[in-house]
Design a protein around this ligand. Structure first.
Ligand code: C5P
Length: 287
């Protein structure tokens, strides 16, 4: 059995404040895109084994294994092949999406009927971003990111992604640690864009907001150059994906996106043309 695990970007990412549990209170509009990892599941054996292709993942960073261990009964086994295409630790949610796909895939092959709310609760123990990927499409996430409100699908939107090489350990925690009280906002930008999306509009580039833009250059000094390269290739604006360092630029059409991509220096990093996914596409096995 195969599942695609889609990457995400955030149309908005607002931090409202620090919580007493050490996390940050978020309002973020999230979007799955058609850059996907692929997972193949086969039941059998007495333990879960994961084979990773495409990128090297340290075992302790592999959320697929953690997700499988959550779900497995004693002596329940499976082999999971994970083919990674989403650059890890780039802000694109690859590991979280793989974890959500693992929960979906294993519950199916092991014949477990787990109510979505229970699956969501398990997903949130794996990471704040994981529950979103059980829904996909366009959604509002709040709390520490684990409370999901699915929104209507946006009209198909094309974008170009550029992921600089990175190997920063604990990158997400590091990015949150850079935030100070003056970075906190009240969720208005997210509300405004949500309203616009609910009217059936494409995300308005002028309404996109990501607080991590304010601190990203400190943590990723090379980012300035990558932004400039995207602009030189014809992007009108650049936006940080989640906590970065991947960048994205909106394109007016597939052709316009392809033109930007073709003007990017291939040695620069990982670059992709991608489009928004609908919720159904996101959860279908062939996204
Ligand atoms: O939830 P997850 O394990 O992905 O979060 C990684 C780290 O990012 C957390 O340990 C925390 O430092 C930070 N974080 C946060 N507020 C959130 C989500 C994550 O401070 N809403």
């Amino acid at each position: 059995m195969r599942l695609q695990a889609a990457a995400k970007i955030n149309w908005t990412l607002e931090v409202l404040g620090r919580r007493s549990d050490g996390y940050h209170e978020l309002r973020t509009l999230m979007q799955t895109i058609n850059l996907c990892d692929e997972l193949e599941f086969a039941s059998g054996g007495k333990e879960v084994r994961v084979q990773v292709e495409g990128y090297h993942l340290a075992e302790e960073d592999n959320l697929v294994l953690k997700a499988a261990r959550l779900l497995a009964d004693e002596n329940q086994g499976a082999i999971i092949r994970l083919h990674k295409r989403i650059p890890p630790a780039a802000g694109l949610g690859g590991g979280s999406s793989d974890a959500a796909a693992t929960l979906r895939g294993l519950s199916q092959i092991w014949g477990k009927q787990i109510p979505r709310e229970e699956l969501r609760a398990w997903a949130s123990t794996l990471g704040s971003d994981v529950p979103f990927f059980l829904y996909g499409g366009t959604a509002l996430a709040s709390g520490r990111g684990e409370i999901i409100e699915p929104l209507r699908d946006i009209p198909q939107t094309w974008l170009v992604l550029l992921a600089p090489p990175t190997e920063l350990q604990g990158k997400t925690a590091r990015m949150y640690a850079e935030l100070i009280a003056s970075h906190h906002t009240d969720g208005t930008d997210t509300k405004e864009l949500r309203h616009s999306i609910e009217q059936g509009n494409k995300p308005d580039p002028g309404l996109l907001f990501n607080i991590f833009e304010m601190v990203a250059d400190r943590v990723f000094p090379q980012l300035r150059e990558y932004r400039q390269r995207l602009l030189d290739a014809g992007a009108r604006r650049t936006h940080l994906a989640g906590s970065g360092p991947a960048l994205f630029a909106l394109a007016d059409s597939e052709e316009a996106g392809r033109a930007i991509l073709s003007r990017l220096d291939p040695g620069l990093g990982q670059a992709f043309l991608a489009r928004s996914l609908t919720r159904d596409e996101s959860l279908a096995s062939g996204a």
